[in-house]
Design a protein around this ligand. Sequence first.
Ligand code: G3I
Length: 337
Amino acid sequence: SEKGLKDYYSDYFPIGVAVSPRALQGESGELILKQFNSMTPENVMKMGPIHPEENRYNWEYADQVADFAVEHNLKLRGHALCWHNQAGDWIFKDENGDQVSKEVLLQRLKDHITTVVQRYKGKIYAWDVVNEAISDKEDEFLRDSPWYQICGEDFIIKAFEYAHEADPDLKLFYNDYSAVHPIKRDKIYKLVKMIQDAGVPIHGVGIQGHFSIYEPTEQELRDAIEKYASLGVEVQITELDVSVYHKEHSRRDPLPKDEDDAFKPEQEQKQIEQYDMLFRVFRDYKDTLTGVTFWNISDRYSWLDNFPVRGRKNYPLLFNEELQPKKAYYKVIEFKE
Ligand code: G3I
């Protein structure tokens, strides 16, 4: 058929995909253009890759993604301005290798955010400003990262402030995983409220959506979307995939390794049902959800192939290793037939 996901969902929300510059070429590039109308760079705009040294930015790959989006008229989400992972070795340390002060770190954060946001002004419509700042430990609010150790909670509020100053037209998101898990959901709610109470703009919550064939439940998903919407912000699904192995929200509880890692018929059946449920709920919330983005294009390559078991193949997406639509794909567009 001539139509792609983006066309079936044109009355609902943009359908996005996480990309590397290499994926923009050849047949995967064609698949992107047919199926998706939004993109997120999987790695190349993160702090480490784009800003590897204090006085050096690496624009080459990030520009390739931005240029492709502009040329082909896809929406572009920026990912991510402030994260504890892939942050660049230099950022937390001075020239002697000692930890920098709060003042220095906030100044570096400001320089980074201002430079990167301004470069892609008018090309990127929304940024994940702060990514994964919440702790997975039940009795801990914020993650014990170098950002938190050095700045306390201020780095979060400041990041939003700097991003808004750099481009007042931007949609600013807080983005996290396990965001439909009730305990983490309530902490994210609390954090967004804290930012709002500080008088700093925040426009959306990104539910990453690293789901599995076992979770979340429909009720958990609905409750989370409604809870975030009650803050008056947009909600997006920013990193959707449906792992065929992981059992629990934490993603730290993978099923034991099978004898082989072929895609089993019973896993496929569960995945079809899970994708069906997810998109049914997403459609129900089309006034709240302003985007649904898949984390990678097809089962040919997914970050889950290595997580948490090195080398184990996963099958989390709607296109197979030959880039052909899977049964779950047809389920997700069935409502339009
Ligand atoms: O670029 C280097 C390359 O120079 C080096 O030779 C190679 C050797 O391992 O590593 C390459 O870097 C890898 C990078 O992906 C690019 O491929 C890193 O090792 C690897 O850790 C990194 O993984 C990324 C991961 O974030 C890092 O935490 C995944 O691709 C990316 O899909 C994943 O995305 C995250 C989101 O940003 C935030 N939410 C969770 C999501 C999944 O973990």
